[in-house]
Design a protein around this ligand. Structure first.
Ligand code: FES
Length: 154
């Protein structure tokens, strides 16, 4: 009897762990990454359905406040996707983004978040497979990190 109870409690913990489905927010720039995401979709590449995309004109449009607010509201991970270096349609937007994300990673650490919960990736319009792989890898990374410390709101 006690063995069953022990078994049941450990399997319940395992089920909760397995059941953790991270909520990811993905900012895609209009000119490259959004088209890459679209290509992944129309190519029917398999991706976990746990992410929501917000299209912005350029990755540099992603204000640090957007990222902090996403975490505050329970996102387990935030991905910012933009054009490859030198391909930004606003000349140097993605260079600004790269610096901003590096600073934001340090900032979110101060709030108790693992910096790996924030990711920057370059995805061009023709890289549907890269978009898919990025989503799959990021989902796995965040799954390993577990639920956000702010999950459920503050
Ligand atoms: S337009 Fe894509 S990163 Fe600037």
């Amino acid at each position: 009897m006690s063995t069953d109870a022990t078994h049941n409690s450990s399997s319940t913990a395992g089920e909760i762990e397995k059941a953790f489905d991270p909520k990811l927010l993905v900012f895609c720039c209009n000119w490259c990454s959004y088209a890459g995401a679209d290509l992944a979709g129309v190519s029917r590449l398999q991706m976990p359905p746990n992410f929501r995309v917000i299209r912005v004109m350029c990755s540099a449009r992603v204000d640090p406040e957007f990222v902090l607010r996403a975490f505050e509201r329970g996102a387990d991970g935030v991905l910012v996707a933009g054009c490859h270096p030198a391909d930004c349609h606003y000349i140097g937007g993605n260079y600004r983004t790269r610096r901003r994300i590096a600073l934001l990673k340090m900032l979110i650490q101060q709030f108790g978040f693992d910096p790996d919960r924030l990711k920057l990736e370059w995805v061009s319009a023709g890289e549907g497979e890269k978009f898919q792989k990025t989503i799959v890898d990021f989902t796995n990374t965040v799954k390993e990190l577990g639920p956000s410390p702010y999950r459920g709101g503050v």
